[in-house]
Design a binder for this molecule. Structure first.
Ligand SMILES: *Cc1c(COP(=O)(O)O)cnc(C)c1O
Length: 380
């Protein structure tokens, strides 16, 4: 690889270059109008995303973390209510639960898909449990049919963390296909620049099919008001900028192509790395498509991950560890009830996973170079 084509974890510049005229025009249009807040592009984007997802309502907000917080606020959960959440996820998922003085109840994940399972969820249910926040980690849906069943049985709300899986599709056993974020009571997503549908700053959205929840969400995201200066409930200020909405309007029609490009790269990784006995390629579920927000390997226990990472880096191949520390081992979430060993799968994953470059602009040459480099790693 020449220095000019430095391999990147995500190539935001390359993706921009493909739609540069449209993006530049859209940005200029917003600047000319000076409708920086609540410009018409925000509503249009909400309705286009809603059509794409096949949901009844989409409400844009400031970022994915806000979306999760607003979702929990909209469900009117009370301090002390328990919310079940995986301990192998990005901190935002659990952070908002704790912030609202709800009790995050951490659970382990599946060793192969890295996702929540209905069984682990059901084992964690108590009389105080009110909601479950399944995370569609790395771009593949958690097993929602079983999770919905558990939720129904115990009358629990489901808030889907869809920040990494926008566009992924889940197929129910009766053949019904639904998009990630549309299956639970509320879906939450993020438009952080490196997410599958990324804007040029912060952005997020809530997805729901419930008219009452949609109203409440819209109100809470806007200082608890429906009519200006009439505040019905305590809310927050969380908006998607018009500029970001204008950018997302240009990018949304490309989301499926972005997923296709990521899948092409993942297929090559699978083929080239699948036969190596010292690592495990990402498990694919039969009932969910994968949008490969991340392509995450699980190394054998005998492999020194740090050595592997340094080796890759020395050859110009970047990599990342998502995530290095499970939530129950984070200082912020340490409680008297949890200690090392409580969630053995998540703890093991934190020691053994490593994510390879994956984005919409990867070339065959780059992929060949990365896989050749990995094959030559002296792991003995
Ligand atoms: C990115 C992410 C979030 C938070 O989104 P922000 O827009 O960065 O606030 C939440 N959950 C998961 C799983 C994420 O990957």
């Amino acid at each position: 690889m020449s220095k000019a084509n430095k391999i990147q974890m995500a190539d935001l510049r390359g993706q921009y270059d493909r739609v540069k005229p449209q993006i530049d025009f859209a940005i200029q249009e917003v600047v000319n109008s000076t409708e920086f807040i609540n410009g018409p592009q925000v509503k249009t984007f909400e309705s286009n995303l809603q059509l794409y997802l096949g949901s009844n309502y989409v409400i844009a907000c400031g970022n994915g973390t806000d979306a999760l917080q607003i979702a929990l606020m909209a469900l009117n959960l009370q301090p002390g209510d328990e919310v079940i959440v995986p301990c192998f996820t990005y901190v935002a998922t659990a952070e908002v639960i704790a912030l609202l003085r709800l009790t995050p109840v951490l659970i382990d994940v599946d060793a192969n898909t890295f996702n929540n399972t209905a069984e682990l969820i059901e084992n964690a249910i108590t009389s105080k449990t009110r909601a479950i926040v399944p995370v569609h980690l790395f771009g593949q849906c958690a097993d929602m049919e079983e999770i919905l069943e558990v939720a129904r049985k115990h009358s629990l709300y489901i808030v889907e963390d869809t920040a990494q899986a926008l566009g992924a599709e889940y197929t129910f056993s009766d053949g019904t296909v639904k998009k990630a974020g549309t299956m639970g009571d509320i879906g939450c997503t993020s438009f952080f620049p490196s997410k599958n549908l990324g804007c040029y700053g912060d952005g997020g959205a809530l997805i729901t099919n419930d008219a009452f929840l949609a109203n409440r969400i819209r109100k809470i995201a806007n200082h608890g008001q429906e009519i200006k200066y009439c505040h019905d409930v305590i809310g927050v200020n969380s908006r998607l900028d018009t500029l970001q909405a204008a950018i997302l309007l240009v990018k949304l029609p490309h989301l499926d192509d972005y997923a296709l490009a990521r899948n092409k790269a993942a297929d090559i990784y699978d083929t080239e790395l699948g036969l190596l006995d010292w690592l495990q390629i990402p498990a694919r579920q039969h009932n969910s498509t994968h949008v490969f927000h991340q392509y995450t390997l699980k190394l054998s226990a005998t492999i020194d991950r740090e050595l592997f990472k340094v080796y890759l880096s020395a050859h110009g191949v970047p990599s990342m560890i998502y995530y290095p520390i499970p939530l129950h081992m984070q200082n912020a979430f340490k409680t008297d009830t949890h200690q090392e060993g409580d969630f053995p799968i998540s703890e093991e994953l934190c020691k053994r996973v490593i994510s390879l470059p994956i984005h919409t602009e990867m070339s065959a040459d780059e992929l060949r170079f990365i896989t050749d480099t990995i094959k030559l790693f002296q792991h003995g």
